[in-house]
Design a protein around this ligand. Sequence first.
Ligand SMILES: [Zn+2]
Length: 74
Amino acid sequence: MLAKYVLLILIILFVLQVVRTVRFLQNRGRVNRPHKENMVVCDHCRVNFPESESVVSNGRVFCSEEHQRASRER
Ligand SMILES: [Zn+2]
């Protein structure tokens, strides 16, 4: 019965493909895990925002150049 062996091989290939897909998704999840960015507080409006968007002036952190300027005028 050749058809039985062909079917068996197809099942094995299918299982291997599933295992490969699951491993791929697990690895991708590990690599693409969102990087938790350091949050800072604006010295003018006290809003929380990511450090990469901060404007630093004289050791003080601001959310925008606008607030940096506003704080200086006070
Ligand atoms: Zn602000």
